[in-house]
Design a protein. Structure first.
Length: 493
């Protein structure tokens, strides 16, 4: 539609100091707003916001066209200011049909407008000398007064045909400018603006404000129906950004959002809360049904591709039930947040339902976070799952012992499996000894001596693993293991 009106060359949404170009880029592009960096333009935009009027700003210097006009419309959502919709118009094309006709028939012209905040006229385009106009039309548009003037170049009389031509050209200009206002109104009312406001720009799922609004409306409308809310985040997301760059982090967020959307959209609401945290609301779902749904989700392949390489990650999830555990949307999300925090304190990579007595304290009685204790133990420490040997957590000391640069390097070397930490010829016997000691119960302890082969120097390190096996409601039997070097001549246990 806009291609039919080439005088409009840019259509933008400005939120804060961010500009979203919605025309005529092939895809939505977000960048800094140059309009608001100009002091004079910023004053006019603010004036339009305060007066709640559409305004025409300019001429202003923007890009290649140094004399553009900006049609500005303040956007208010539920009576709260959101930003501006702006159409940029090529000044040189303004009234072009009229000017061409006047010039061909031997007439000079001048088009002028007032500043939106003052009454003085400013000439936009003119071939007319001084004030010898023979025809003049004035009108109001975009908060400004406009004036179109014309006179014969040979000082003769102006025919009625030419006067009519001026008015016809003027109508064309007004129609085109009105078109810009129409498009801005469409953006404000239409689905595209709603999508921009209610959709997270990176992941293409709901924004937090849309999720909060829709969740509130749903629970208000169905106060007696069960629902389950979850807060989920990507474990050690900062490490992904630090190790591989923010573009890799963006790919991780988009990949995880796609999983959430595929799994839960038909059952409820999914949003990105911000950063690497996401939220889910499952409608008509009780606590146990929610638990089953999240356990199924945990079987997904949590990975993303960046520069043709696949990277894997883990997630932590906390959830709570409405109305059994919470009386409102705010209370429900707070309980889910507390449950998520409880997961973080026990090593990440797991999920947990809210339970009475949980508090978001984050400290042990000694005043230290449990996560910090695990990460900073003066020795190698890891957690693995008994059923499949999958390593769920490894601290930095273990990475150093194995001679790996980072978690991704470690997982690739050991196959993210406990057996990868044992010399191949000792794997079967070592695993037999450990499981023999822990037994078939829900808790047990084991000690095993074996050799670990390092990645870089291929050293065979004699080590002793001291482990504690417990049964976890989500992962089954898991082993907490401290690994330390031992003298080569020490008797094996």
């Amino acid at each position: 539609m806009l291609k039919k009106y080439p005088d409009i060359y840019s259509l933008q949404l400005i939120h804060g100091y961010q500009t979203i170009n919605v025309y005529h880029k092939k895809a939505t592009e977000v960048g800094q707003s140059s309009l608001l960096h100009d002091g004079e333009s910023r004053k006019i935009f603010e004036y339009c916001r305060q007066k709640r009027i559409n305004g025409i700003v300019g001429p202003i210097k923007t890009g290649k066209d140094k004399n553009s006009l900006a049609v500005c419309k303040p956007i208010f959502i539920k009576d709260k200011f959101w930003g501006y919709a702006v159409a940029m118009i090529k000044r040189k094309d303004l009234c072009k049909p009229t000017f061409k006709k006047l010039d061909k028939l031997g007439y000079d012209y001048r088009i002028s407008k007032t500043h939106i905040m003052t009454g003085s006229y400013h000439t936009l385009s003119s071939t007319l000398k001084k004030d010898n106009a023979q025809a003049k039309v004035t009108f109001r548009l975009g908060g400004c007064s406009w004036k179109l003037e014309a006179a014969r170049k040979d000082a003769g009389q102006m025919s009625h045909e030419i006067k009519y031509g001026i008015l016809s050209g003027l109508v064309i200009m007004v129609i085109n400018t009105a078109l810009a206002a129409f498009l801005l109104n469409y953006l404000e009312r239409g689905r595209r603006l709603a999508k921009l406001v209610d959709t997270d720009y990176l992941t293409d799922i709901m924004s937090r404000q849309a999720f909060d609004r829709e969740a509130y409306k749903y629970l208000e409308k169905h106060p007696d129906e069960p629902a389950v809310a979850a807060l989920i985040d990507i474990d050690d997301f900062k490490n992904i950004n630090d190790l591989y760059g923010h573009e890799a982090g963006d790919e991780a967020l988009k990949a995880f959002a796609s999983l959430l959307k595929r799994e839960f959209t038909d059952q409820g609401l999914v949003c990105r809360n911000g950063g690497d945290e996401f939220a889910v609301l499952l409608k008509q779902t009780d606590l146990e049904e929610g638990r089953a749904a999240f356990e199924k989700f945990y079987q997904s392949d949590f990975s993303f591709t960046y520069q043709s390489k696949i990277y894997r990650y883990t997630i932590s999830l906390g959830f709570a039930a409405y109305p059994d555990q919470a009386s409102s949307r705010e209370d429900l999300m707070n309980k889910a947040d507390i449950a998520l925090y409880d997961v973080k304190l026990t090593g990440k990579g797991a999920m947990q339902a809210f339970k009475p007595g949980m508090v978001k304290d984050g400290r042990t009685q000694l005043g230290f976070k449990l996560e910090d204790v695990a990460l900073n133990l003066p020795g190698a420490f890891f957690i693995f799952q008994q059923d499949n040997g999958k390593i769920l957590f490894a601290n930095s000391e273990l990475l150093k012992m194995v001679e790996c640069d980072d978690v991704e390097d470690f997982n690739n070397y050991v196959g993210q499996n406990f057996k990868g930490l044992i010399a191949p010829e000792e794997q079967a016997e070592t695993m037999r000894k450990i499981y023999q000691q822990t037994g078939d119960g829900d808790e047990g302890r084991a000690v095993a001596d074996y050799h670990l082969v390092t990645k870089m120097t291929h050293k065979r390190l004699p080590v002793r693993a001291v482990g504690h096996m417990v049964k976890n409601q989500f992962f089954g039997k898991i082993h907490y293991v401290i690994l330390k070097l031992r003298p080569e001549d020490e008797s094996k246990i």
